[in-house]
Design a protein around this ligand. Sequence first.
Ligand SMILES: Nc1nc2c(c(=O)[nH]1)N[C@H]1C(S)=C(S)[C@@H](COP(=O)(O)OP(=O)(O)OC[C@H]3O[C@@H](n4cnc5c(=O)[nH]c(N)nc54)[C@H](O)[C@@H]3O)O[C@H]1N2
Ligand SMILES: Nc1nc2c(c(=O)[nH]1)N[C@H]1C(S)=C(S)[C@@H](COP(=O)(O)OP(=O)(O)OC[C@H]3O[C@@H](n4cnc5c(=O)[nH]c(N)nc54)[C@H](O)[C@@H]3O)O[C@H]1N2
Ligand code: SF4
Ligand SMILES: [Mo]
Length: 743
Amino acid sequence: MTHVTDSPRTLLRTCPLCEAVCGLELTLDSDDRITSVRGDQADPFSRGFLCPKGATLGHLDGDPDRLTGPMIRDRATGAWRTVEWDEAFTVIRERLPRITAAHGNQAVGLYLGNPNAHTVAGALYAPLLIRALGTRNLFSASTADQMPKQVSSGLLFGDPLTVPVPDLDRTDYLLMLGANPLESNGSLCTAPDFPGRLKALRKRGGRLVVVDPRRTRTAKLADEHLFVRPGSDAYLLFGIVHTLFAENLVTVRVEVNGLDDVRAAAAEFTPDLAAARSGVAAETIVRIARELAAAPTAAVYARIGTCTAEFGTLTQWLVDVINVLTGNLDTPGGAMFATGAALGIVRSRPFRTGRWGSRVRGLPEAMGELPVATLADEIRTPGDGQIRAMVTVAGNPVLSAPSGARLDEAFAGLEFMVSVDRYLNETTRHADVILPPPRILQSPHYDFALLNFAVHNYARYSRPLVPLGAGEMSEAEVLARLALAVSGQEPRSASPRLPGLDPLTVVDEIVIAGTLHKAGMADRRGELRGTDTTEQRLDLMLRLGPFGEWASEPEAGSDWRGKLNLQVLLDNPHGIDLGPLEPRLPGVLRTASRKVELAPAEMLADLARLRARARAEQPELVLVGRRQLRSNNSWLHNVPPLVGGSNRCTLHIHPDDAARLGLDGLAVVKSAAGTVTVELEPTEDIMPGVVSLPHGWGHGDSTQTVARAHAGVNANVLTDDSLVDVPSGNAVFNGVPVTLTRA
Ligand SMILES: Nc1nc2c(c(=O)[nH]1)N[C@H]1C(S)=C(S)[C@@H](COP(=O)(O)OP(=O)(O)OC[C@H]3O[C@@H](n4cnc5c(=O)[nH]c(N)nc54)[C@H](O)[C@@H]3O)O[C@H]1N2
Ligand SMILES: Nc1nc2c(c(=O)[nH]1)N[C@H]1C(S)=C(S)[C@@H](COP(=O)(O)OP(=O)(O)OC[C@H]3O[C@@H](n4cnc5c(=O)[nH]c(N)nc54)[C@H](O)[C@@H]3O)O[C@H]1N2
Ligand code: SF4
Ligand SMILES: [Mo]
């Protein structure tokens, strides 16, 4: 890449690595290399916060192992060669449509990984690929992550994207379960400097209670930490609900249906039962219920530890049931709904799941997706509708999905695979073609998804900081061309009606025209600003959004009401403070009743499972995960300053368990799904009876040099894809029964 610049220069950009959306101030040298990264002090939301991952963005960006051009694998020799884009797309256009022609659309599976939630390409152009493939075999990291929260929100509020977040900056009491934002910086709760916000909560006299089988850094910061047996959060929360009813502490401030059904359901799930299952004393559960009811404002927040568990959806439902019963839903200081600035999908019908089922296990669809826990089944089980080819975009399911070893084998048996990814890794090594996105700095950034889950209304847009060079392609264009190729179309036939335009422009023009038409503004195309059609789409979404200058009735009450468009964001490169969260009910409800449906039939039906488990024996030893400050799922282990030290793949175990089992050094960990051998790290910070292994490791065969030197083991060899949270189909990573022996 050669272009002339003044050197060095300072540029602003949002960090794309996690949900905290921190503003960054980058210094680039005359070769466009990042020489320093600082937190952007003038960002009104992140106020200069920076974590170790953001700080090493330059190393990630300059990684010599990052793929810089399309690659094709020779199936006979296994050798990779770098090719021109046209050759890569030609191979796809020739191979993939032949498979669908012979076996139908279901023969191709699509997996969308986590970074799609962070990129403009993922937000605006992945849907195009979904449509082009027309397959029901659509999978994503969502069913290894937050699907329980989305199903629960869909049932309660009618829309799975209407997810309440704790009003962190104003709450007086935060009950947090299964989250460790001091290391993760938060999830489904966009809050840059989450640690600082928690400290501020305590400083203003608020109370933080953390429920976790590990004494995490977050737990150490809290007023109170409760060790909880993995997978038992639903009992614990039911114990709180039971107490709220039993002690007449219920104050409902929003319109709801089903209050009596919830009361009836909670009758059998007493604090005593909760104590027996969770290990938290019944008196403590009762006291927490009273504290939540008595606090001027309070919020319950539960994340990955509780989502990726056997009763994930029930747990997420109970979280918001408590927020409702304590009068804290949709009120300042409670659990509130953010107002994203960009126009989102407007849902007309109430959400439901199970509109279709997966072929092999009949698992219900949710949000149009099937559970990733059944992806290996769909590839391996012969018959009509079997997956024979895969497309993956920004995902590494061999390391991130349950029963990873099974999936690894399944991918190896595919007839054809395409991956859009920065790296040759454990998943993409099975691809025939890899299409890499350009450098992070060459992509625009707007958080279409995450700003809908922010604890403060905010917007920020970053233009690409470095132009694309010869032979480089934006990820938006990669996806647009891939969508054409999988349908067997040549780029020039993108649209007969718009001849001479590149595929990306064609797609954007169609979307823009459709959106304008729906808004009754077909004549205003010429007013949209932006250097390309991607920016013009953002401009349109901002103008029509809740703060937008074209909003018919701006809902949001900030000073920016009726003003936003792309130019305003460009004029405010540090981001815009759109004000504190505001009450949004009943406006955002999409239930048929236009009330909060507090007792959805799907949740009441799932109680049978919870009841049955209450009688089951507790396994002697169970596995949970953990996140590490200097990791990001599977893909930052090739960044030298991030690996090593505390950032290693070790099994945390209580010293009493290690002694009882006569273990030290290495141990063999065995589950129903598989076996790994891993180094033990005894610590008092974990409950007896629980061991913890971080996910995303297992780079033993990697061609990434640094990652291979810090390989670790794949935690998902141990997790079992035959288990799911039934209502959402979500994978179960926590509470996996294991046995340990000496290595
Ligand atoms: N540094 C870093 N940051 C990240 C990521 C990363 O890999 N590294 N990943 C990003 C992603 S994709 C996500 S989704 C978010 C997730 O962000 P968080 O939800 O904060 O995830 P974790 O840090 O894994 O914290 C989950 C906690 O749940 C606990 N836990 C396990 N089982 C149970 C249980 O049954 N009950 C309860 N109550 N607790 C349990 C674990 O001990 C752990 O401390 O983090 C994001 N941020
Ligand atoms: N045992 C266990 N397993 C888990 C979890 C757990 O807590 N425990 N957590 C789960 C959670 S919350 C999540 S979100 C999933 C994550 O699951 P995945 O999304 O499948 O895995 P990642 O490791 O995030 O992989 C991201 C991939 O995207 C590539 N990439 C990075 N940036 C870009 C980009 O801009 N464009 C493109 N095209 N590719 C890019 C990376 O190289 C990498 O290959 O893992 C889940 N798996
Ligand atoms: S907290 Fe997240 S968004 Fe902020 S600098 Fe770190 S990785 Fe980037
Ligand atoms: Mo995630």
